[in-house]
Design a protein around this ligand. Structure first.
Ligand code: AMP
Length: 288
């Protein structure tokens, strides 16, 4: 497993991989503090392509909250150890100066309605930061396929739109959410939870599953409001947990819906806070 720290090295190594291993390259961008969720994407990239490339970079420009950026776990050495048995071809771990050379302008993207809801609305500038880093990484690696987790459901839609706008010849592969046995979605931020917060965090998934029961019992033209209220109430009933948002949206446009009839596929997207830790999750209600 080769580790590159500069764009130049990365591009040289990617060319070498193409010559020596074969044409297809699978790419998994991450912010490190790797866990089994990341590893599921990495295994898939490895399995479906001649070579696999992983990036580890805590992208400062996608953090709208400086404290969140400061406390975000950085565990590069442990990450590289964890990756060793996976036979990854290349890891790219650039510095912030390497990704954002001082004086170089930052691109500006317009993702339209996709970025005006949920994460986009609650974290100003977040998706532009995601677009910039993913766009730059995709240009450098030029992968055949890039793998993203459905935990960040809106992010996948943004990245698909980015790829359309930049006309990049890459296939975006959405991958299922990996959870702990108690239902908590794996996240690097789980490391920041106190034992007490960790104990109550699985309530997020339990509450989403309860909302799916309401969805199953509903008729197509029923309002989604009762499911929203149930989730809002259930989160309010968990001491120490606060709701940032819960939206039931059209799975393709990500716009909130009013009745189950409004979208062929509906997704419930949630963000809660446990103290200062912000956790994201979602549930796909399936097709009516
Ligand atoms: P991050 O390091 O949090 O930026 O995540 C890197 C990639 O891993 C993103 O595409 C995430 O959606 C994905 N990911 C994070 N957690 C999980 C999980 N529990 N299951 C599946 N994919 C995940």
């Amino acid at each position: 497993m080769k580790v590159c720290y500069t764009k130049r090295d990365l591009m040289t190594e990617v060319n070498r991989l193409r010559r020596e291993k074969g044409e297809t390259i699978g790419f998994v961008p991450t912010m490190g503090a790797l866990h089994k969720g990341h590893l599921s994407l990495i295994e898939r990239a490895h399995y479906e392509n001649h070579a696999a490339v992983v990036s580890i970079f805590v992208n400062p420009i996608q953090f709208n909250n400086p404290d969140d950026l400061k406390t975000y776990p950085r565990t590069l050495e442990a990450d590289l150890k964890l990756l060793e048995p996976f036979d990854i071809d290349l890891v790219f771990a650039p510095s912030a100066e390497e990704m954002y050379p001082p004086g170089e302008p930052i691109e500006h993207y317009d993702f339209g309605a996709l970025e005006r809801v949920m994460e986009g609305k609650n974290r100003p500038g977040h998706f532009n930061g995601v677009g910039v880093v993913v766009g730059r990484l995709l240009h450098m690696v030029n992968p055949t396929r890039a793998y993203f987790g459905e935990k960040d459901y809106q992010q996948i839609a943004i990245v698909q739109e980015l790829v359309r706008q930049l006309k990049l010849p890459v296939k975006i592969v959405p991958c299922p959410i990996v959870r702990e046995d108690d239902g908590l979605a794996l996240s690097s931020r789980n490391l920041l939870l106190t034992p007490e917060q960790r104990a109550i965090a699985p309530a997020i998934h339990r509450i989403l599953l309860a909302s799916a029961d309401l969805c199953k019992a509903a008729h197509r033209d029923d309002a989604v409001a009762p499911a929203k209220h149930m989730v809002e109430q259930a989160v309010a009933d968990v001491p120490g947990m606060t709701l940032e948002y819960f939206e039931i949206v059209d799975g393709r446009t990500l716009q909130p819906i009013e009745t189950w009839y409004d979208a062929p596929e509906q997704v419930g997207c949630i963000v809660v806070r446990l103290g200062d830790v912000r956790l994201i999750d979602n549930i796909r209600y399936g097709k009516f």
